[in-house]
Design a protein around this ligand. Sequence first.
Ligand SMILES: [Zn+2]
Length: 252
Amino acid sequence: MENRDDLVDYINRTLDAVSIADYCPNGLQVEGKEQIGHLVTGVTASERFLHQAIEAGADAVLVHHGYFWKGESPVLTGMKLARIRLLLNAGISLLAYHLPLDVHERFGNNAQLARMLGLIVEGRAAAGGTDGLLFHGRLENAVGGTAFIEHVTQQLGRNVTAVGEIDKPIKRVAWCSGGAQRFLLQAAELGVDAFISGEISEQTTHEARENGLLYLSAGHHATERYGVQALGEYLSGQLQLTHQFIDVDNPA
Ligand SMILES: [Zn+2]
C-alpha cells in the first residue's frame, strides 16, 4: 500500500509535472481513498474505462486524458457528472497527466513510441509552446515508404492512414503522439522523410504532398497507449503497489 498523497508527489517529481504549462490540471484531479494498493492505468478516464477499473479493484486510476480541460464548462452535469460519480462512489482517486506524459524522455508517449517503432531519438523541438514535444530521429537503416507504413501498422496493431510521398525511402523521422498533425510544417523544416502523429485533418494531406514527406496518421489512442503503461510498470517496480493497464479500444 502507498499513501495517496505520497504517490502523487512521487509521480509529480518523476514527470517534473509542475514545470509544464498545460490545458488541464496535472496530478490529482479527484481525491479518493487514502491508501492505494492497486493502480489501474489507461489512456482516457471514460465511463467504460472506469467501469472496468472498478471491476479490477482499482484504488486509483492514472490516465493521460483526465478532466477539467481549459475552456470546457465547469459545471458537473451529464457525462462528466456520471464519470465523477463513479469515482466518488467507488472511492477511487483520479490521477491525470497530459503534456508531462507526452514529453517525458523515458515515460512519455513519444519516448515510448520511439521504443515501439525502433526509432533512434536525435533531438526534441519545442512545439505548440511546449519544450521537447516534437521528437525527431532516424531509423537504423533506411526503408522504403511502403515497408515503413507496414512496420508502423504491425507495431501499433491498427490501420494507418498514409498521405504524401508514399514511395520515398525513409531514414529521418519526426513524431508527436495524439492530435499533433498541426506540427507537420515544423517537422518538414527539420528535413525529415516522414512524420507520424495520431490524427489527420483535410489540410494535412496537402501539407504532406507539398512538402515532399510521408505523413502517417497512426491513431490518437494508439499513439498514446504506451506512456501511461510504462509509467505504471515503473511505479509498481519502485513502490508497494500493483499495476494493471486497461485498454478500452478506440479507432480514433
Ligand atoms: Zn491525447
